[in-house]
Design a protein around this ligand. Structure first.
Ligand code: SAM
Length: 271
């Protein structure tokens, strides 16, 4: 990717942070019961709305975990990411699994999609907070829009400004962590680097897409279970985790809990 596209922006720092983190990334997400369960919820959510055979644009695809699942379940996927090291792992998986005819990857910011030759797509998808790195979601929507087919969908899983479990940490005196999302913006420290992160409500996602897209469904990801980063909870407290998991499954699609997860799955439909 030409450096000037990112130079001087926080995306350059994000790309560097994920380049440094790429070696550890899959190990973290694969050995995390709660995260695996959250991913399966996202897959079920997509499969219930987009028929197999559809073409998916995966924004901030990382190491290609979701792209591979979709390819193995009848979809074809074009994934974009700004981290070359994350994409190297995605491409390796596609090769090793013989999925090259269903998967393609491109090193590109989701704010530079005007430069892609890929498309058209039935679904623009993004999972686990890649879109929380951008300060203006409308800029992303504007870039993606020309690549979409008629009757297309948007399904984005991103971090909202209120997470019940995180807010409850106030009871343990963790005031800074408990309140970090409330202003809609905070900072991430990763691999010795610092960059901004932005939190979005489903309504803000819908506003970014404008009047020709209608918000048709919202679900929480991990509202009663701990956030994705608490990877040891399920191992240390298996009975509590099992109980909370059942409660989580029941409450995640319901008001007001659907707005209070670690992530929200937001679905919009073209009207
Ligand atoms: C937490 S990871 C999520 C990766 C993947 N979606 C998943 O579910 O495992 C965030 C990803 O967003 C990517 N990212 C951040 N800003 C981006 C941008 N402007 N354009 C494309 N990718 C971006 C990072 O490089 C990183 O791979």
């Amino acid at each position: 990717m030409p450096n000037n596209i990112l130079s001087g922006t926080s995306f350059q720092t994000v790309a560097e942070a994920y380049d440094r983190n790429a070696d550890k990334y899959d190990d973290f997400i694969e050995n995390n019961d709660n995260l695996a369960r959250m991913r399966q919820r996202v897959y079920d959510f997509v499969a219930a709305r987009v028929p197999a055979g559809g073409r998916i644009l995966d924004l901030a695809c990382g190491t290609g975990t979701d792209a591979v699942w979709f390819a193995q379940h009848g979809y074809s996927v074009h994934g974009v990411d700004i981290s070359g090291e994350m994409l190297t792992r995605a491409e390796k998986k596609a090769r090793e699994l013989g999925l090259q005819d269903k998967l393609s990857f491109e090193q590109l910011s989701y704010t530079d999609l005007k430069n892609t030759k890929a498309g058209p797509f039935d679904l623009t998808f993004s999972n686990f907070g890649g879109l929380n790195c951008v300060s203006d979601l409308a800029m992303v929507a504007e870039n993606v829009r020309p690549l979409l087919r008629q009757n297309t969908r948007v399904i984005w899983a991103l971090m909202p400004p209120f997470c019940l479990w995180e807010a409850a940490l106030v009871l343990r005196g963790r005031f800074k962590l408990a309140a970090r999302r409330f202003s809609g913006e905070s900072t991430v420290h990763k691999e010795g680097l610092v960059y901004p992160v932005y939190y979005y409500t489903p309504r803000q996602v819908a506003q970014a897409w404008g009047a020709d897209f209608k918000l048709d469904s919202v679900e929480a990801l991990s509202v009663m279970t701990p956030p994705a980063t608490s990877k040891d909870f399920s191992v240390d407290y298996p009975r509590a985790f099992s109980m909370l998991r059942k409660l989580d499954d029941a409450l995640a699609p319901r008001w007001p809990f659907k707005y209070w997860g670690d992530f929200s799955i937001v679905s919009l439909k073209h009207v």
